[in-house]
Design a binder for this molecule. Structure first.
Ligand code: MTE
Length: 316
């Protein structure tokens, strides 16, 4: 995000040939069967339009507003993950083979029952499918069928204390295997935060997969946050630590560039980024631009979290 070159926001040119499409669809069906066999069949969110019990295949299903899903190839092929590279088209190649097993997530801080979860413990939480719009602060967007479970379920298990006001998340620090972490201009590891009530909101998801497959490294394997009404940089990848804290966490972006990437980062078409408008967005895989939706289209669900919605403060 810093620095941003317009050349980095290039149009997506990845289209599946019909043959590839059919191959991929077959693969997904096989994957869905495997998931069911492991007892991990995702439960669809009522707002989506996929068949109950089914993982949406390529070209099938929409979000609750009727938006088509972004193709699997685009979701895998175009990613923001600065621990690997600043080039969204280069992440998948550099992240290939990044080891995400074994993996543990330590949950602690201001809680009664601190606990370290193996990734397999996290997969035992009942997994649901959630089709969410993802809006990057750089004005590109996707529609992604995640699966995972609400973060609130994990937080309830550790029993937050009444002094806990925020949740702080941390990505793995592994500079030997993440070339971008050798870049000293960022205060690694990547850190993000939410206010506790945002973290407990039912839309806030801990995702372990998408399109019926386990997450790939470039999308934040093996577990990442998804907060669909906020700009994408809040949706921190490859989490190893979650702490309940009293003070607002100092995210990587607050430390690096607080003028451009604030703590709240709620999507608002009327509040421009200091260097570009947020009024429209480029949906990956589509030509032209669409109007950005207030709170990314989730205002009915989350507007009540924020008093005085007109205050600019909530949107950067
Ligand atoms: N998490 C970490 N650890 N490092 C990152 O660079 N990029 C963020 C977010 N999470 C990022 C991260 C940004 S800017 C966006 S838009 C989303 O991840 C992109 O998620 P995706 O690549 O899976 O679409």
């Amino acid at each position: 995000m810093v620095p941003i070159k317009s050349s980095e926001i290039t149009p997506e040119h990845i289209y599946l040939s019909r043959r590839k499409f059919l191959q991929a669809a077959g693969l997904l069906a096989a994957n869905a069967a495997l998931l069911a066999a492991c007892g991990r069949q995702p439960v669809p969110l009522s707002t989506g339009t996929t068949t109950p019990g089914a993982v949406p295949a390529l070209g099938e299903g929409t979000d609750e507003l009727g938006n088509a899903l972004t193709s699997l190839e685009s979701v895998l092929g175009y990613a923001n993950y600065y621990e690997f590279t600043l080039n969204p088209n280069g992440v998948a190649r550099l992240a290939q083979g990044f080891s995400t097993s074994p993996w543990q997530v330590a949950v602690g801080g201001l809680v009664n029952q601190p606990k370290t979860f193996d990734i397999d413990d996290l997969r035992k939480f009942e997994q649901e499918e959630r089709i969410y719009r993802m809006r990057c602060v750089e004005a590109w967007a996707m529609v992604i069928p995640w699966f995972g479970f609400p973060l609130s379920r994990l937080l309830k298990e550790v029993e937050p204390l009444s002094t806990a006001k925020y949740v702080r998340f941390e990505t793995i620090y592994d500079p030997d295997n993440m070339p971008g972490q050798k870049d000293r201009s960022f205060p690694w590891p990547y850190v993000e935060g939410l206010r506790l009530d945002e973290a407990l909101h039912d839309l806030t998801l801990l995702a372990t997969g998408l399109y019926g497959q386990d997450l790939q490294p470039q999308n934040g394997a093996p577990v990442r946050l998804v907060v669909p009404w906020k700009y994408g940089f809040k949706s921190i990848k490859s989490i190893v630590k979650i702490d309940l804290v009293e003070e607002m966490p100092q995210s990587l972006w607050l430390v690096t560039n607080p003028r451009e990437y604030g703590f709240w980062a709620n999507v608002n078409p009327k509040v421009p980024h200091p260097r570009w408008s947020q009024a429209t967005e480029r949906r990956i895989g589509e030509n032209g631009r669409r109007e950005t939706l207030f709170l990314n289209g989730y205002a009915d669900e989350v507007a009540s979290l924020y008093p005085d919605l007109d205050s600019r403060d909530w949107y950067y």
